[in-house]
Design a protein around this ligand. Structure first.
Ligand code: RIB
Length: 302
């Protein structure tokens, strides 16, 4: 098993289910409020560790009640925490509403937004340890660029989840080996709405022009489109009743990379990642919804 390093966000998710989406200025009743551990980085790390990966995490928490709970949650799920605590800021939070199984998320980055290059430099030994590095868009871009640059120096494979989407710099793209956006991030990146195989091919080609060779577009209930050469392939999703889609993409990414770290071929890694995320959407919560290896294998073999 090869080693996986995740550098990224760690949040407390404050989630409420709603009967409909409120209009501006309106108050409506929601239900089933919960606080649960999340953050794209932490979710991806836990998805990889829970399914058998060897995973370390670097990120930042603030000075509040959420910090300890989130670090404990990483450690209880088998992730080695190598992060920093920042005194004068809150831990990241995500305010999530769930309507009809789909989520909308508002982030306050808190400590995630305060990671500095100096903090990262003190953890440089992590890059020599890592065979795979997973990054996302919830920490400052300069941290992603520096991390990806260090990874290239140590021959570490860089996997980037461009979420939430922003206009990422060309410099970052040139260090990325795998990019894994969802369909809305793909549309923002390429201006192509991926609704069939032709548009998927067009989007993949445009993403490649940014300098990234290997692309996976996660496609919600339709599955995923993936390509590591001229060919594009489609992996259909498994039929599942979606209770909460939060962290489904994170689950896919953590499991995909864990499979590669185990030595799997790409098709099998995508198959496992797809099965894993179908389990995640059938449960509420972010990291709480992520499946174990046994659960994934049981689903694949049934
Ligand atoms: O991808 C889902 C995650 O996005 C949530 O856990 C939330 O914290 C936000 O980071």
């Amino acid at each position: 098993m090869k080693n996986i390093l995740v550098i990224g966000s760690i949040n407390m998710d404050l989630t409420v289910s709603t009967p409909r989406v409120p209009v501006m200025g309106e108050t409506i009743h929601g239900h089933s409020f919960s606080t649960s551990p999340g953050g794209k980085g932490a979710n991806q790390a836990i998805a990889a560790a829970k399914s058998g990966g060897t995973v370390k995490f670097f990120g930042a928490v603030g000075n509040d009640v959420y910090a300890k709970a989130l670090v404990n949650n990483l450690e209880c799920n088998g992730v080695e925490y190598n992060g920093v605590s920042i005194e004068d800021v809150s831990t990241g939070v995500a305010v999530i509403t769930i309507f009809n199984g789909n989520n909308s998320i508002i982030l306050d980055a808190g400590a995630n937004g305060r990671i500095t290059v100096e903090m990262l430099e003190k953890k440089k030994e992590l890059f020599a340890w890592a065979d795979y590095l997973i990054l996302q868009g919830e920490i400052p871009e300069e941290i992603n660029i520096e991390s990806a640059k260090y990874a290239k120096e140590t021959g570490t494979v860089v996997v980037f989840n461009p979420a939430p989407y922003q206009d990422f710099s060309d410099e970052l793209y040139k260090y990325i080996d795998w990019i894994i956006p969802n369909e809305s991030e793909t549309e923002l990146m390429t201006r192509v709405c991926v609704d069939n195989e032709d548009s998927a091919r067009k989007a993949v080609d445009l993403i490649r022009k940014k300098g990234v060779r290997n692309v996976i577009i996660t496609w919600g209930e339709k599955g995923s489109v993936y390509s590591c050469g001229e060919d594009i392939k489609i992996m259909p999703a498994r039929k599942t009743e979606a209770v909460d889609t939060t962290a489904a993409g994170d689950c896919f990414i953590g499991n995909f990379v864990r499979m590669l770290a185990e030595g799997s071929d790409i098709d099998t890694a995508v198959l496992y990642a797809t099965a894993a995320s179908s389990i995640a959407v059938s449960r509420r919560g972010a990291s709480d919804s992520l499946p174990t290896k046994n659960e994934i294998e049981k689903l694949i073999n049934c």
